[in-house]
Design a protein around this ligand. Structure first.
Ligand code: SF4
Length: 159
């Protein structure tokens, strides 16, 4: 924990939502003087990214905001994505549309868990900087056995 001006900064903060069934760790959460939580997701690279990567980054940030709302019992209307290469922040509003997409994604993931089946790995440019690459082993497409524990590793909140 560190303090900058009136902002308390927590790194690798465990977060969760019982309603959504989510658990994880936020890279950084800033707590402002009025108690408002402000998640900041750190990403490699610069702000210039494919739109689908931007959408995934925003979805992740929105999920963090929704977890923090439930934990703190107060609204989180905004967060930011920090791009390490360009050392810039991009502010993201946690819009109703983003919230719906988070809800839809959690339903889909729960369905995957219920079925115990993993979709085929992308094994394309999306995997290049994916933080789950080590656990996922996307190049092992078609070689996953039913006993493979890839699903458990992918859903490990400590990864
Ligand atoms: S490494 Fe795995 S989880 Fe990451 S993008 Fe590729 S297929 Fe998806």
């Amino acid at each position: 924990m560190e303090t900058r001006d009136d902002v308390r900064v927590e790194r690798a903060l465990p977060i969760w939502s019982e309603r959504l069934g989510l658990i994880g760790k936020a890279d950084v959460v800033e707590f402002h003087a009025d108690g408002t939580a402000y998640p900041v997701e750190y990403k490699h690279g610069s702000r210039r990214k494919n739109s689908w990567i931007v959408e995934c980054d925003e979805l992740q940030l929105a999920a963090q905001a929704m977890c923090l709302e439930e934990m703190m019992n107060r609204p989180v209307g905004e967060g930011a994505i920090y791009y390490a290469r360009s050392k810039r922040r991009r502010v993201v509003s946690i819009t109703p549309t983003l919230r719906v997409r988070v809800e839809e994604a959690t339903v889909k993931v729960r369905e995957i868990l219920r079925q115990g089946l993993l979709p085929e790995p992308a094994n394309d440019s999306r995997c290049e900087h994916c933080s789950l690459k080590e656990a996922c082993q996307p190049q092992a497409s078609g070689k996953r056995s039913p006993k493979d524990d890839v699903l458990a590793r992918l859903l490990d909140p400590d990864l």
